[in-house]
Design a protein around this ligand. Structure first.
Ligand code: 13P
Ligand code: SF4
Length: 308
């Protein structure tokens, strides 16, 4: 089938199933274009929580679809490809994390939403890159904090808030790929370009950024600022919306260290028109969760939503 035919079929099935399609900014542009909502992790969690549709097709990764199911348990949540994981979530197994929290029993546990439901259930509050600073600042100053699983976001938050935290040492395979040396070379070739970066990047990359923020904050910055040229240090999928909102501006993806497409998230790119279509057609793969685990994980997610 041609892409246009697949898109027509997706629209037909979406109506028939009373489904909505949620897409993260990192999935391919053609998948973003057929979605009902495109957004960052927080916006998509909020859209899932308030959805009245019978079915949510989550064009994102596993922890996002799991979050949608926790926040909206009566809907059927489909993830087009179950292999769409996340290095941050996978690098923080619940049993090890539980041992880590037990070694710091007096700590308030804040977990980045990029983690499993089991890790969410062991956390006091969840955050995304949009609200992390606000959530850290909401914790009383004398209360020690344990932050997991992204050490780069954790270190960035420590710098922003002046609060030392006990960090889990996970990282995103995409955001660790950027090379500060190549970034400097690119800046020399494009002296007018402004560097913008996601806080999952390493500190030596963040040091070169004029603006640091979540995917939605980066997008907003490119729309609102008068600059004409941007070097973007995050997953390449976001460039689709940046270019759409500002067709006259130039967006240059920050270069990865090797000669690879490592700034494409292999998990996000599992979402294709074909896999979204198949999910709607077969009503699978479906995300299911143990109700007791979902209830415990919901507590920390609800706390985040209240503070957002
Ligand atoms: P945000 O869209 O919330 O900034 O998250 C980025 C990300 O890495 C999602 O996996
Ligand atoms: Fe996980 Fe990184 Fe991919 Fe986001 S970009 S889903 S953090 S591996």
């Amino acid at each position: 089938m041609q892409n246009t035919d697949i898109a027509v079929e997706i629209h037909r099935l979406r109506r028939e199933r009373n489904a909505i399609i949620l897409a993260h900014y990192y999935v391919d542009g053609e998948v973003q274009d057929i979605a009902d909502h495109v957004g960052d992790s927080l916006q998509l969690a909020q859209a899932a929580a308030k959805s009245r549709a019978d079915v949510i097709v989550f064009a994102g990764v596993h922890f996002m679809a799991e979050t949608a199911k926790i926040l909206n348990p009566s809907s059927t949540v489909l993830l087009p490809d179950l292999e769409a994981g996340c290095s941050l979530a996978e690098g923080c197994p619940a049993e090890q994390f539980e041992r880590f929290t037990k070694r710091h029993p007096d700590h308030y546990v804040i977990s980045y939403i990029n983690c499993s439901a089991a890790v969410k259930a062991l956390s006091d509050c969840i955050c995304t890159s949009s609200n992390a600073e606000k959530i850290v600042r909401s914790v009383p100053a004398d209360q020690p904090i344990l932050f997991a699983p992204d050490r780069n976001l954790g270190r960035y938050l420590e710098k922003q808030t002046g609060r030392p935290m006990t960090l889990w040492r996970g990282a995103c395979i995409v955001h660790e790929t950027f090379s500060s040396r190549k970034l400097i070379e690119l800046k020399i070739r494009h002296p007018k370009a402004v560097v913008i970066a996601h806080p999952e990047c390493e500190p030596n990359v963040l040091d070169h950024a004029s603006f640091i923020g979540s995917t939605s904050a980066l997008l907003r910055y490119t729309i609102e600022q008068p600059h004409q040229e941007f070097i973007v240090a995050t997953e390449t999928g976001i460039l689709h919306q940046m270019q759409k909102y500002s067709p006259d501006k130039t967006f240059i993806p920050a270069p990865p260290d090797g000669n690879c497409n490592c700034n494409d998230c292999p998990f996000m790119k599992k979402n294709t028109l074909e896999s979204v279509h198949r999910a709607l057609l077969t009503m699978s793969p479906e995300i299911t969760l143990d109700p007791e685990l979902a209830r415990r994980a919901k507590g920390s997610l609800d706390r985040m939503l209240e503070l957002s």
